[in-house]
Unconditional design. Sequence first.
Length: 495
Amino acid sequence: MRQGPLAGRYPAVAAMVMFALIPYLGLSAALGPLTPIIAKQLHMSPQTMSLSSGLGNAAYAVGTVLAVLFAQHLPQRRMMVAYAALLVIGSVLAAAATDPGMYIAGHVIQGLCTSLLLIAAVPPLAIGFPANRLRTTAVIMNVCIFGAVALGPTVGGLQANANGWRPLFWIVAAISATALLLALLTFEDAPPADPESPRDLRVVALAAIGCFAAFFGASELSSHRFLDTLTIVPLLGGLAAIVLLIVYQYRARRPLLTIRTMLSSTIPVAGIVVALFAAAASVSANALTAGVLASRYGPLHLGLLYLPEVAGAAITAVMLGVVFNKRAIHYLPLAGMIALAAGIAIFLVEVPSSETLTLVGSGLTGVGLGATVAPALFVAGFSLPSANLQRVFAIVELMRAVAAFMIAPIFAHFAATVGGSLDAGTTDALWIGLGLALGGGIIGVAIYALGGARPVAPDIDRFLAGEAPAWHSPPLLARARRSIASGRPITESAD
């Protein structure tokens, strides 16, 4: 079996994952202040820039499903090298773009390859090393996904302050090339996961149609009304296709995605709900508040006001490491929803918010995001055998991407068109975000209670051995059904 010189060495493999995930995630968050500069130099309208971001995010969402299909039938590590090589090509295309088509193609390739690498590389990093490394992997994931996103506005502001964009894009290309180099150095050939599984292309087709249609419709909101045919038809049609995908996989005998297993179990459903609500609520806390402050401050000043979000993400990464093998990991997403709600409430004190309120609010939302999505993802993953971890990650990331990336332009359109002014519209959107944050936490707790789930410490060794899930997750609404059958209140139901 062919191996690279650094195969099996955790630091090198972990570095490869970090270099693979950071470029697109950080760059997407940095695009806000760079958009006018890119649009001017490449002769792109604001609508075309919005479309490019929408298509890149749609490709990211579709890649989560495509990665699972490829992993079942193709050599996994060879495919990972191919993904990394394609990421370099996409990054170079975007950095060297001389016209809109070249830029959009590069950005779409970046989005697709980032999610392909996420699903292909992170689960092996999580379960392919001893138990004491799994905690570190969880921390790395938190830093990669949310640390990069939190740092994006500051990096984008710094680059915009220099009235350029290509230097940042070339740095991203260099990071992608480093990821490819590390993928080759850590190469360890691995066979397909399940060559006998069905080659169900309908799953990928539904994901592609649903995500690209929904994200296209959402991106058109920058220049069209919500009820315009060009907006509402693809938006609703895409969402219908995604719902059809979930129903189809739930009912399939041999599904590509473990939808039935996850959606019929208490703890995974609670984790998915928290991740979705947190992703949706965070949009109002960051993009919208930055939008109303953009006229007051320069891009660098504005980016620095949101720098505490990075500290919040770092703090929660440490917190996740502390509670990772304890029963407190069940409570971390709830604490994150509370912090996220508190951050949004701080922004609501004054719109546009003052510098002090922005610093405090961004720090709290950073804590909120870091303490919700990644911990919820592992909480859901621990509820199934470790062999399903790749599919669990794919499901959660697909739904999170739809919730976060698609809702962002909808909220921006809402803020700009409702309330009579941008400040009033942003205030209304923040109230919706606050409701989502509080509602997500309450629903998550209710799902635990109605299912009779008990927070327990995960059995990491049993999970990594593939013997069983890290803990027992009762069937969805199991406690409520028992209470109804016995005629007793839920609070009196026996476990």
